[in-house]
Design a protein around this ligand. Sequence first.
Ligand code: URA
Length: 230
Amino acid sequence: MDSPDQISLFSLAEPEPAIFDPALIPTSATIPIPPGTYPSMEAMSVHCNQCFRCELGKTRTHAVVSRGNPHAPIMIVGEGPGQNEDETGLPFVGKAGQLLDKILESVNLTAEDVFICNVVKCRPPKNRDPEPNEVKACKPYLPEQVRMVDPKIILLAGRTAVEGVMGSKKVQITKIRGQWLEWEGRLCMPILHPAYLLHNSSREPNSPKWLMWQDIQVVRSKLDEIAPDR
Ligand code: URA
């Protein structure tokens, strides 16, 4: 039988859970975050909640890293957290998020099918657009999320998401929405931001809601084509 000493020796050998040493966290926006830095989304979330790569770190309540399935076939990237998201630490939980969930449900996509995140992880005060330097500072986190989730399809919700991810400038989202694009070897589609749909209740052809309905059906068909067992 094990003596108490043997048991405590054995438990000493157990690996400690990974924690980040705050002293090692890069606080400069110019410090790269190499691929493979994070072993898990949880580790990244710990890090983001200690991040001061830009000024938004000073005013956030919570960094908003993700919700949904960390191995989902579809990744949805929004702009940045609003008040509800800052308070809860979860993306797309306000009115725009509730509408997003309904849009997904309309084509039988569930929380298992999607991973939802943002280009910018901390709330810009008063819901202003994130500044270019804030997008730049936060940018290295997203490729890590893409690496860990390895989605088959990435949906870019709104102009800021397209510009932030693809580096394009002066994007007209109404012109490029619904088109399949390639980014880093991945299949991407720009879509309208759900908040944009909230301001226009029309369902007439070419209205924002109608356009979103067209796009999400195309996404559903593509997923059925490339992952028929989902
Ligand atoms: N709008 C976004 O772009 N992201 C959120 O998380 C919430 C609203």
